[in-house]
Write a protein that binds this ligand. Structure first.
Ligand SMILES: [Zn+2]
Length: 112
């Protein structure tokens, strides 16, 4: 089963790029190009993102606490933190592009 299939109509209407740009379960979702109904990245992607953000956040705290331990940490603290924060936005999108299946959006749309 392709992960780029629309959960509503079953057509392969997503590609890695559009899937990456599609939000998680708690977002509004992206309309399928075939049937126009909203799709989101499913439970697996949502859990992965939550865990990844938690892990990255833990590392940021760790870096922050140990930021003045030695000269290397002191000079690399800011770029590491910035990199981690950026990765919180980038990594889940990259993972969404290639893993986890799509799910129907559960958010109630005013149009329906
Ligand atoms: Zn569809």
């Amino acid at each position: 089963m392709s992960i780029y299939k629309c959960p509503h109509c079953g057509k392969k209407s997503f590609n890695p790029w559009t899937k990456a740009m599609t939000g998680q379960l708690n977002s509004k979702g992206r309309p399928c190009m075939e049937c126009g109904r909203l799709c989101v990245n499913g439970k697996g992607a949502t859990i992965f993102k939550a865990l990844y953000c938690l892990a990255a956040f833990a590392v940021i705290i760790y870096i922050y606490i140990h930021g003045a331990d030695n000269e290397w940490m002191f000079t690399h603290e800011a770029p590491m933190v910035i990199g981690l924060i950026l990765s919180m936005f980038i990594v889940p999108r990259v993972v969404n592009a290639f893993f986890f299946s799509l799910a129907p959006s559960i958010r109630i749309d005013t149009k329906e």
